[in-house]
Ligand binder design. Structure first.
Ligand code: ZN
Length: 685
């Protein structure tokens, strides 16, 4: 048997590569860059040119997924997460994708010196800890929204509108639009909550370019360019109007109508009209129908003939208005033209109690309403053609968020405060934890934990411009919210100005500096992008000592203790060595950090001194008051079960929907765990 030498290209039967491949990692980084470029108030748009050479501006996750084609199975998987989040909550799709891809990038880096199985088990451990804690609605970041308090509800809507800078809305337009959204939503809430759930808000975009006004109407608003006022005047006098709704085109379409036999001597179009029109006329007359509405087009001959006989014909409603008509009139739509005359004889007709003619900015609209229907229409302000669809999508997100908040009632701190809290929580919790995931050492937990801490803090800073601004940001020691603390301004006198560097409240606005400083004796710390190795080990040692002293429920801690002692000093020693190696690489960074800490500590001292002097000056703050507060804060510090909680609504606070955000975090973390199991990506072509 002779052997044949084959060139490499002839033996490629399997297209596959390792996930640690540099090309894969750089592809992930590019994809993440794409997602983060459109994220938050600093986000930009992406200009996409499709295969046909058509250009589209894209600035939301749903459009990225729709407009761009991605080849890699891993990216397709993350896109599916984004779509799943958008489908279930209409919010935070980009956030879910970004969190997932960023965690994947950082944990894959950990695999350079930690075995895959250990990274996997440590990641799963951290994911479970974080989700369990967040699922309990932690009081430092989650609070109830009072749906009866309009200023809270409007703040909530504004946060969503402001997060899309590409819309280019001015503050006054955002103000009026957020009021309109809440109004339209309230009109759609049924008087009695039924199993049907909420009513419907039909969001209408304008086709004129001059009005910045948004308006809300009871009922369904529909733009009718060639409206006949006399016909409406005739219908206005009626109290009970009957409506027939179609969701199938009433025109001849070659492919779609093949199943129906349109026989006759004329052209196919003529035969279609000659068959359908008499059916329609008979039903409309026989059942006393006033209006024929169609989601799709109606043949011009049919429309003309019906209107000539006195009926009103509304066509090309689109899916959103059609849904609104269906819900307000409680009708059953005709979805196929098969057996048309039988269908028309039996189908449930819709009922309306009023039809009106509305003129907005010189354009004619028709308004259909039923006095008991929970449907409203929201006419959006004009927007440039490139952002109309994004504006509509964002408003739909606001409405979805309002529905969730009515059912659940919970909101979570926005603007990066939630992520800063999560990052700090992991940093504290992991260094104090008594248990270790199977096969992991403290070094492993510290390293993988640091990857999570870094990713969460990065995402916290993203709405404010990303990591480059790290030095300008701090986290408070009580609520762990994010604070904007730009470096001190050195005045002409050469003195640093402390009072100007600490703002009155955190980024989301829900935590006041006054509360952190006086009520809880807290301070600000620079943002950390990893767990401090020294604190990590100290924290762990302290915790295990406490466990041994109390001797309660510490089986895991004991086994961990025996594990470290069994492996002897060698392992611990290596651990420390690695840490010190890591330390030497980042010495300069840490030096800056520790310097910052010293400065901020001194600042804190000066501040508290200043604060005390201030409060002496203040007539209302008497000496007793100050002492009371100190006593109060001391007694709180002594109570181990005491938790600082958000105190209440602050106007202009940044809120996110808690159910939507929690769903996004859960989806991102669980999908990340799935993706981390992947060793190879195979292209089946
Ligand atoms: Zn905050």
């Amino acid at each position: 048997m002779s052997s044949v030498h084959l060139e490499e290209q002839h033996v490629r039967g399997l297209l596959s590569h390792d996930v640690h491949n540099a090309a894969f990692l750089s592809m992930l980084a590019k994809y993440r860059g794409l997602l983060s470029s459109v994220y938050g108030p600093c986000g930009a748009s992406i200009l996409v040119q499709n295969a046909a050479g058509q250009e589209t501006l894209v600035s939301s996750s749903s459009e990225i997924v729709k407009q761009l084609s991605f080849a890699h199975p891993c990216v397709k998987y993350i896109n599916a997460i984004i779509s799943a989040q958008n489908t279930s909550c209409s919010l935070n799709g980009l956030y879910a994708g970004l969190l997932c891809v960023r965690l994947l990038e950082e944990t894959l880096k950990c695999e350079e010196d930690i075995p895959h199985a250990v990274v996997n088990s440590v990641s799963e451990y951290i994911v479970t800890q974080l989700l369990n804690h967040l699922g309990k609605s932690p009081v430092q970041v989650v609070m109830d929204l009072d749906i009866g308090d309009m200023s809270q509800v409007i703040s909530f809507v504004k946060t969503i509108l402001k997060a899309k800078s590409t819309l280019g809305l001015t503050p006054s337009v955002i103000d009026s639009l957020s009021i309109s959204i809440v109004k339209a939503f309230l009109k759609s809430v049924p008087n009695e909550y039924s199993s049907e759930g909420f009513g419907h808000v039909s969001v209408i975009t304008r086709d004129d370019s001059s009005s910045l006004e948004s308006r809300v109407f009871d009922g369904v608003l529909y733009r009718e360019p060639d409206l006949c006022p006399e016909r409406i005047a005739k219908l206005k006098s009626q109290r009970n109007l009957k409506l027939l709704l179609f969701t199938v085109a009433l025109t001849f379409i070659e492919e779609e109508n093949v199943s129906v036999h349109w026989s006759g001597h004329g052209t196919k179009e003529e035969n279609f009209v000659n068959t359908v029109l008499p059916c329609l006329k008979m039903a409309m007359k026989g059942r006393g129908i006033h209006i024929l509405a169609n989601q799709k087009p109606v043949d011009p001959v049919i429309k003309y003939e019906l209107q000539r006989s006195g009926w009103m014909v509304l066509e090309r409603l689109g899916s959103s208005v059609t849904e609104a008509v269906e819900r307000i009139s409680f009708c059953q739509p005709v979805t196929t033209l098969m057996h048309l005359s039988q269908q028309l004889a039996t189908i449930t007709l819709g009922n309306l109690t009023s039809v009106d003619h509305v003129v907005c900015n010189g354009k004619s609209y028709i308004l259909l309403d039923h006095c008991e229907g929970s449907v409203s229409s929201l006419l959006l302000p004009s927007a440039s053609p490139s952002v109309v669809s994004i504006l509509k999508e964002t408003v739909e997100s606001c409405l979805a968020a309002l529905r969730m908040v009515v059912v659940d009632g919970k909101v979570v701190a926005g603007g990066g405060c939630l992520e800063a809290w999560a990052s700090s929580y992991l940093s504290d919790h992991l260094s104090g934890t008594a248990t270790l995931p199977p096969g992991a050492t403290p070094h492993h937990l510290n390293k993988v934990g640091s990857a999570f801490v870094q990713v969460l803090m990065e995402i916290a800073l993203l709405p404010s411009g990303g990591l480059t601004t790290k030095l300008d940001w701090s986290v408070d020691s009580v609520f762990h919210h994010l604070w904007h603390t730009p470096p001190n301004i050195v005045r002409e006198t050469g003195k640093t100005d402390n009072s100007s560097s600490i703002p009155k409240h955190c980024v989301c606005g829900l935590v006041q500096w006054e509360a952190v400083k006086y009520r809880h004796s807290g301070k600000l710390q620079p943002v950390e992008l990893k767990i401090n190795p020294v604190q990590f080990l100290q924290g762990r040692q302290k915790k295990s000592k406490i466990c041994k002293l109390t001797g309660a429920d510490c089986s895991n801690a004991d086994s961990e203790g025996s594990y470290t002692s069994r492996s002897g000093g060698g392992l611990r020693g290596r651990c420390m060595e690695e840490d010190s190696l890591e330390g030497s690489q980042t010495t300069s960074e840490e030096e800056v950090d520790s310097l910052e800490k010293v400065i901020s500590h001194q600042e804190g001292e000066i501040d508290s001194l200043e604060g005390k002097l201030d409060s002496f000056d203040d007539d209302e703050d008497s000496l007793e008051g100050l002492l009371d507060r100190v006593v109060e804060s001391n007694s709180r510090m002594e109570d181990p079960t005491y938790e600082a909680r958000l105190e209440g609504h602050v106007s202009e606070a940044l809120y996110d929907s808690f159910p939507a955000k929690f769903n996004a975090v859960r989806l991102a973390l669980e999908s990340f765990s799935q993706l981390l199991h992947i060793g190879h990506c195979v292209f089946d072509q």
